[in-house]
Design a protein around this ligand. Structure first.
Ligand SMILES: Cc1cc2nc3c(=O)[nH]c(=O)nc-3n(C[C@H](O)[C@H](O)[C@H](O)COP(=O)(O)OP(=O)(O)OC[C@H]3O[C@@H](n4cnc5c(N)ncnc54)[C@H](O)[C@@H]3O)c2cc1C
Length: 540
């Protein structure tokens, strides 16, 4: 038997959004993979609901934007973030955001962010996976452990219903198995950071007419501030009749009873009303990043690799970026053109992004809790009003950073990656709120609208793309020949469009399969083979 040919190429553990995205991207590349998922796929309580702009760019690549736009989340639901003492209390501030139907893409992207809660987004990713013949999925299968050797991994998998165990042999295993990752545990990889920031309780309750019971109108997020500081949030989780309350809590574990929950809902509303509690989910807010993102033929991605406060909606989006980075590298190995060092670059590129994002998420939490104690907050006096006005101004200003994060979603870069060839230009600052597009090696290749209505981003994804920009762009033949000699898929695209030339700043730009720039210059490098060896991870 030819093991490399007959063995399952990739075993993915976990069918959360990151496992599904990885399987989808691999399947989109025509690679065979199998996801095992211990649950039956039903979602007890949706966690993520913010799909960032980069994730939407991936959805565009995969051809599933339309599915997200047609999810059941109402397109006309305003996305305002509001700061208040209670639904019938004082409004301290509000940052207005349009409903999805009116949201425009930023100039830096062909897509805009989306609101699509997990119980709508996971099924979309699942549908995408099911549309790909090379992707398999088995529910109610739990990874018990695995061993790896030079040629592959042997995973012990249990049927959760029958207890029967089987060994699945694969060339690679990827743990997209969340916070308590078995893959991470088996590899003995430690998590570093803050294991507990808060013990928080999330409650989803149903109340179809809540908006009509108060005067604040429709908003996506309500952040409740009391005399003791920020204590809870309520988000319009499905934009219709379901609301997710988070009782933020503290670093001290407390048992929350049904009576506590009812009191909290009443306090947030400021009045009694009828509702039905659907689910209650106690969870621990953490700030942790894995010491390593893999070992040998085993890798971790998503929450298995980094755990962060949900403030900012960064967690899943970071995980899907992991998946896209890992996918093309696994694909390159399976195709046989990867150099021996390519897989190591997964951790080199993605771990710094994980570290940056967990810190940003905690910073957002800090800003959300910044009001602190204000004993007179609810006083119906001129002093109370002045306090509320000042707090509202300061809080609104502080919170803005969480709502404008293009620098997080599009601005992450692989500056020090050994598979990107530096061009000698200085490292631009990493900003959170602002994002200036750059085609510097390591950065996401800029979006520019083309004359034919496509985005430059629509050119990337499958293999490498050599952009030849401008009428006098040098012949790319030396590079395409060097790539072909190494089996590296590379297509040449010639564009004579001034906007593209000015965004990319060089006449030749080499873009990787994940849409990041690998190299750029005005002339063909003196040793094209060396460049190809660098970008495929063949140079030590
Ligand atoms: C309240 C809240 C709101 C959030 N909002 C956002 C947001 O708006 N945007 C955002 O980007 N992120 C958000 N996040 C974070 C986001 O939900 C997570 O980052 C994301 O779900 C991680 O996806 P994952 O696929 O890595 O892991 P998970 O979603 O945890 O999925 C892991 C899967 O692996 C399975 N599994 C585990 N062990 C095994 C095993 N041994 N064998 C087989 N299967 C196994 C599990 O059953 C599970 O299905 C939020 C988080 C919370 C708590």
């Amino acid at each position: 038997m030819d093991e490399a040919r007959d063995t399952l190429p990739v075993l993915i553990v976990g069918a959360g959004p990151v496992g599904l995205a990885l399987a989808g991207d691999l399947g989109w590349r025509g690679r065979r993979c199998l996801i095992i998922e211990q649950s039956d796929g039903s979602i007890y309580q949706p966690r993520m609901d913010f799909v960032g702009v980069r994730t939407m760019e991936f959805c565009r690549r995969w051809g599933i934007v339309d599915w997200v736009e047609h999810s059941p989340y109402p397109r006309d639901y305003p996305q305002d973030n509001m700061y208040l003492t209670a639904l019938n209390g004082y409004e301290l501030g509000r940052e207005r955001f349009p409903a999805m139907q009116d949201e425009k893409p930023p100039p830096q992207s062909p897509q805009h962010r989306e609101r699509c809660p997990q119980n709508m987004f996971d099924p979309i990713l699942l549908q995408f996976c099911k549309s790909l013949p090379s992707v398999g999925l088995r529910y109610r299968r739990r990874l018990i452990g695995f061993a790896q050797d030079e040629n592959g991994v042997s995973a012990e998998v249990e049927n959760v219903d029958t207890g029967k165990r089987e060994t699945i042999r694969a060339l690679y295993i990827v743990g997209c198995d969340g916070a308590a990752s078995k893959v991470r545990e088996t590899l003995g990889i430690a998590m570093h950071g803050k294991p507990v920031i808060t013990y928080t309780t999330n409650i989803i309750f149903r109340c179809p007419n809540l908006v009509s019971l108060h005067d604040k109108g429709r908003a996506y997020r309500h952040i409740f501030v009391g005399p003791e500081g920020t204590w809870a949030t309520i988000v319009a989780i499905n934009g219709r009749d379901q609301w997710r309350m988070s009782i933020i809590g503290s670093g001290e574990k407390k048992d929350i009873t049904t009576a506590d929950i009812q009191a909290a809902i009443r306090r947030a509303a400021g009045f009694d009303f009828e509702y039905e509690i659907l689910t209650v989910l106690p969870w621990i807010r953490r700030e942790l990043v894995a010491e390593h993102f893999g070992q040998g033929r085993a890798f971790i991605a998503g929450d298995a690799a980094h755990l962060m406060s949900p403030t900012g909606g960064i967690g899943m989006n970071t995980g899907i970026q992991d998946a896209v980075d890992l996918s093309w590298k696994i694909d390159a190995n399976l195709a046989g053109w990867a150099g021996p060092h390519l897989m190591k670059t997964y951790e080199i590129e993605r771990r710094p992004v994980g570290l940056r994002n967990v810190a940003e998420a905690s910073g957002n939490l800090g800003r959300m809790r910044s009001p602190g104690r204000n004993a007179a907050l609810l006083d119906d006096t001129p002093e109370g009003a002045a306090l509320r006005a000042q707090l509202g101004r300061e809080f609104t200003a502080a919170m803005t950073r969480e709502w404008h994060t293009l620098g997080i979603h599009l601005g992450y870069r692989y500056d020090d990656s050994p598979i990107c060839e530096p061009d000698g230009t200085p490292v631009p600052p990493l900003d959170v709120m602002n994002y200036a597009q750059t085609a510097r090696p390591g950065a996401r290749a800029p979006h520019v609208w083309l004359k034919d209505g496509r985005s430059t981003l629509d050119l990337f994804g499958r293999g490498f793309v050599l952009l030849r920009l401008g009428r006098d762009a040098p012949d790319g033949k030396a590079l395409t020949t060097a790539a072909a000699a190494r089996g590296v898929p590379l297509t040449e695209v010639t564009l004579d469009e001034p906007d593209v030339a000015s965004a990319y700043e060089r006449k030749l730009v080499l873009v990787r399969p994940d849409g990041h720039v690998a190299w750029r210059d005005d002339r063909i490098p003196p040793d094209p083979t060396r460049l190809i060896d660098r970008i495929r991870g063949a140079l030590a």
